[in-house]
Design a protein around this ligand. Structure first.
Ligand code: GLU
Length: 514
């Protein structure tokens, strides 16, 4: 019988969700939706030392912003809960006991000092110490101590860990949907710690396997950095007798630096000026603020599209795909084994494309906070929508709308020097005075009508069309840039247009006549 597709995204709340983690969540979600399956969000918080307040909320908010919907989770509930590992201690304790009873795990008392000394000793001989079949019988554990002593030590409160007993010399096979079959020898694995009495919590490996089994996870889709753990996981499934229902593994390729070699890091983002987090993050300890895609003016649909193509292709040359299309086209057959370069400029291109698709009123809404931040108020949503509609063609990110269209919201403070030199001559102030008269006399400010009148006036006077129009533009915009001049003046109040021409006459020093 075909198993129901059930996938999980299992982040640890140790800080903001990295963009690579977002991609993992996205692939899980797309795969689940494609197969009519369930998407689980499990919070893996068994490492209490690394817990960061606010991280879980951050994860929830990020997924929500991107449109990654969760079917079962801490907030959503579900039949396989609790979905937070720190609330599942009893379950893990029972499972650790099962392994101990079956002789597949053992208790170890070795102190941190003993282990450090062993490591040092090995290093002297240019070796590395590994707690495994070759060393475990020299250590302080339930394999070497009499059972009464083990019991006595536990009874008096000695701290211990439970280690997985790995049989050496076995071939361990991991089947991965992207990588195919990977075989490793069990001798290279150490007897991993599965549980620590000090905090009565399991380690990642045990909790992860137990939960994936109990939550009936069918596919484990996660980053490549977990591939080295997969053989251990396979052995854990075997030790529990769960091999038949072991999930299918899928290890996604790494996200690589945009330039050079190696894994994408926060430093790359800082250096080249792009975020590596979906949302802005305020570190509760250091107070450091890291930029986010949302706050930097990206649209969630652009981030989704961009991320989906980092490590996967649709098999044809389609690039712009919304979530529905991604779901339709997705398959692991077209995922690459090798890492994907994080081409953040391509991300901006996607954003531009999606920005062009958004209705102007929605863009205006997204642009409002930028205006507010500049202390600009009093413009109607309709005005803002028409303004952004005129300049969006040159914007990649929401704040670019300000770079391109600031003049719709404030008179120029300065005038571009180069344009002044080229377009503002000795008789420009006089011609601009005349232009004020023409504008004041216009029956209305509609673009086509104003254009006809103004151009008619220029022609009748024999003025130089380019010089007059550019001087006009300098006065209103502050530089020779921007959309069609009469579209700008159609939107602005007439008094404002007139006031700006006056201001330019006063402020721009006219060069002496030649
Ligand atoms: N808690 C692990 C993480 O933070 C989950 C890895 C997995 O998906 O197995 O990435």
């Amino acid at each position: 019988m075909q198993r129901k597709v059930r996938v999980r995204f299992a982040p640890s709340p140790t800080g903001p969700l990295h963009i690579g983690g977002v991609r993992t969540a996205l692939y899980n979600y797309i795969f689940a939706r494609k197969h009519g399956g369930d998407m689980i969000l499990r919070i893996e918080d068994t490492d209490s030392n690394r817990f960061v307040p606010g991280a879980e909320e951050y994860i929830n908010e990020s997924l929500k912003w991107l449109g990654i919907e969760i079917d079962e989770g801490v907030r959503e509930g579900g039949p396989f809960g609790p979905y937070k590992q720190s609330e599942r201690r009893d379950i893990y304790r029972d499972h650790v006991k099962k392994l101990l009873d079956a002789g597949k795990a053992y208790i170890a008392f070795d102190s941190a000092e003993t282990l450090a000394a062993k490591r040092e000793e090995a290093e002297k001989e240019k070796k590395t110490f590994q707690y495994d079949a070759s060393t475990r019988m020299e250590m302080e554990n339930s394999l070497t101590l009499p059972p009464e002593e083990v019991e006595a030590r536990i009874a008096r409160g000695d701290q211990y860990v439970v280690r997985f007993l790995i049989e050496p010399g076995r071939d361990v096979v991991v089947d991965d949907l992207i990588r195919g079959r990977v075989t490793i020898n069990s001798s290279i694995l150490d007897d991993k710690v599965l549980y620590k009495s000090a905090d009565d919590l399991p380690t990642y490996h045990l909790a992860n396997i137990v939960d994936d089994h109990l939550m009936e996870v069918s596919h484990v889709i996660r980053g490549e950095e977990w591939l080295p753990s997969a053989p251990l996981h396979v052995l854990l499934y075997e030790a529990f007798g769960w091999t038949d229902t072991m999930p299918q593994f899928v290890h996604l390729p790494l996200l690589l630096k945009p330039v050079g070699n190696g894994k994408l890091s926060k430093r790359d983002g800082d250096k080249l000026g792009f975020p590596v987090f979906p949302l802005e993050w305020h570190d509760p300890k250091s107070g450091e603020i890291s930029s986010g895609y949302r706050e930097n003016g990206y649209l969630p649909e652009a981030v989704v599209n961009f991320l989906a193509l980092l490590g996967w292709n649709p098999g044809d040359d389609s690039e712009l795909m919304d979530m529905e299309e991604l779901i339709n086209k997705f398959s692991f057959d077209h995922c690459s084994k090798s890492g994907a370069k994080f081409d953040y400029k391509k991300g901006m291109w996607f954003n531009h494309e999606y920005l062009m698709q958004r209705p102007d009123d929605e863009l205006a809404e997204l642009f409002m906070p930028v205006l507010e931040e500049k202390g600009i108020t009093g413009f109607t949503p309709e005005y803002v929508a028409r303004a952004v509609g005129m300049v969006k063609g040159r914007a990649n990110l929401i704040p670019d709308l300000w770079e391109q269209g600031d003049f719709f919201f404030r008179a120029p403070e300065t005038y571009a020097e180069k344009d002044v030199r080229k377009r503002w001559s000795a008789d420009t102030p006089r011609i601009m005075e005349e232009l004020i008269g023409v504008i004041e006399g216009l029956p209305d400010m509609s673009s086509a009508a104003a254009e006809k009148e103004v151009l008619g006036w220029i022609e009748s006077k024999g003025y130089h069309l380019g010089n007059v129009m550019n001087a006009f533009r300098l006065a209103v915009v502050g530089a020779c840039r921007g959309p069609h001049m009469f579209d700008i003046t159609e939107l602005m109040p007439r008094e404002e247009v007139v006031a700006r021409i006056r201001r330019a006459i006063e402020r721009i020093p006219a060069p002496a006549a030649e």
